[in-house]
Design a protein around this ligand. Sequence first.
Ligand code: BGC
Length: 732
Amino acid sequence: MSTIKNAKFIKEAFDFGTVVPVFRKVIWLDKKINKATLFCSALGYYEAYLNSQRVGKFIFAPGWTTYGKRLQYQEYDVTSLMEECNVLEIAVGNGMRFHKNRHENYESITCNDSALIAAVKIEYADGTEDFIPTDSTWECAKSNILDSSVYNGETVDFTFNTDETFPVKELDDINKDILIATEGEEVREMARLDALKLITTPKGETVIDFGQNLTGYVEWVVPQRKGSEFTISHAEILDKDGNFYTENLRSAKAQVHITSDGNERVYKPHFSFMGFRYIKLEGFKKNEIDLDNFKAVVVFSNMKRTGYFACGNDLIQQLYENIVWGQRGNFLDVPTDCPQRDERLGWTGDAQVFARTASTTYRTDKFFKKWLNDLAADQHEDGGIPHVCPDLAWDSYGSSAWADAIVIVPYWVYRTYGNNQIIKDNFEAMKKWILFMESKGSQRGLFDTHDHHFGDWLSLDAGDEATGGLTDKFLIGTAFLAYSNSLFIEMGKAIGEDMSYFEELYDLTVKKYREKYLNTGKTEHETQTANVLALYFNLTDKPEREAEKLVKDIESCGHLKTGFVGTPYLLHTLTKIGRTDLAYKLLFKKDFPSWLFPVTKGATTMWERWDGMKEDGSFATPEMNSFNHYAYGSVGDWLYTTVAGIDSDFNDPAYKHIIFRPLPSKELGYAKARILTENGEIISSWEYTGNGDECKFSFTIPNGSHATLYLDDEEYEFDSGTYNTVFEYKGF
Ligand code: BGC
């Protein structure tokens, strides 16, 4: 049987410079067909057209994987596009295969050449078949895309039109075993937003505000002025004077340059995306700017929305919306750190931190399956996990809390959706990572000799400029050895593995952790994050002691100081120690540092830093200041599980057993969450009524699920159905 592997990788035979090549094949049909299928993949991104019709809806196909090892291909039914004479054209852009940022070593990602591989399979009505693979019989032309890159944007000259064709060459040295059928979700155009406002900035710049920081591109009508050039730049934010601000994009130009050919053209980038809320227009005459001619196209992985949260406080509601937008902006085939600057990489730590919230808000199992397969493929021989995936082959790897993504992400995917295949698929990789940690200790049970850790990234306890935080990195390492191993043990047991070796290692790790890191009096062992980890990961034998320290620390300074490592567990920990009142205080806090501070500054997405913008409107260092970074959005899972009170149960996953544990706050007034599961919709809501002392609760449990409700120290069991109760609720 012919498959795409029977085709050849091809590329233009002559160097086109930066011009995007279009590969072409003419296919004549002389008899009736039943079905035509296009198989397609590329090293780079491709866009396929059959008889000038775009094939499929996958943006930035074939997706981004560890190209040297795994390359997705797509299969499209193109029967309805076929005519008697068919022109198949496939443009191939650089994609993430080749991009350059300020670090030279980002320049090429595991393969240097762009290439196309494709085939058309035609099944005729008479039972015969044709197979037309890419090979040296295809030809190639220069497109009008003169330059295109993910970070920098695109240059298109509509006056550039050529009939000249060039030969292609076959690339025989690319291993075709790397080709795999699509595993992830297709990236799609998911929404279009109107342009809201036209602004002239104090500097005199002409700027459009879309009202929402987002990831994607602008679709716009190019004015019909032959030979004229138009430039659109993208920015996430205006500076404190109201001027267009792009310094935080670092070297990413994020610009499109278009030359009009005098015809009305609707343009949107082919192989580039931007993280933006504002665009700056250059080259336009005043009468050529009509807001209706500009639409922001929101692009992300086509996941099903499954989680919703609403509450009685506008700022917290906006925080929640920002969390959702953080996911939309960064679940673009790969879970990325940010969508705007010259980075946009699959940072493992960020994905790990946000995986639980993300998997409640959207259905992520397919999305993460693909990425985890890449992560496992990128795992080092010694078990170390790269900092980013797809891997850039850095010398440094295996940072705790980052590398632990290989354990923590499958854990949440399984707990949320219940298919144990995700455990089976990643079991060996998880095991190798636990053994890696075990092997890097001054004594067995400690993970304290491997010095590649990011620490409590961007926490506030080590001074303004320090990124790694104050918490001892080896304390974090050993804490995550215990925590990841505990999740690994649960997962191993769930698929019937003997986990006794790891149970013994776990007990030893907890013992060593207590000896080395608990109650030492050292400041780097007494941070908010250190106490959070000790409590949340069950590492302490004297929880009252660490609880007291944590509470004292928060109460004495009046705010959180945690970074990427401690923040996801902070409010959960306060709830665990019976201080949900303090958790709400942190949640409601509006001034810096807090979750709501960015909201009060007009944020529409999550910021990378607590102080991305300072109180006075100035910005943190442009070297690292993204306004669309989802990590601190991990507070979303406290909103779902504790404010609204819907949680899953690892032992009866996919919400077959629902845990309702709402902890209402009078100040919030009401809260409601809905989670769509395979069994149906779960709802939990509460509302303070009357004089404000009564709280009305409502719970919906879908068919096939059952629930345990914890309320005011009581426990109730429910089968499917809807239940309404009014309580003199005592509260937390
Ligand atoms: C990224 C982070 C990432 C970090 C590693 C940054 O450049 O944006 O989100 O986790 O590096 O410490």
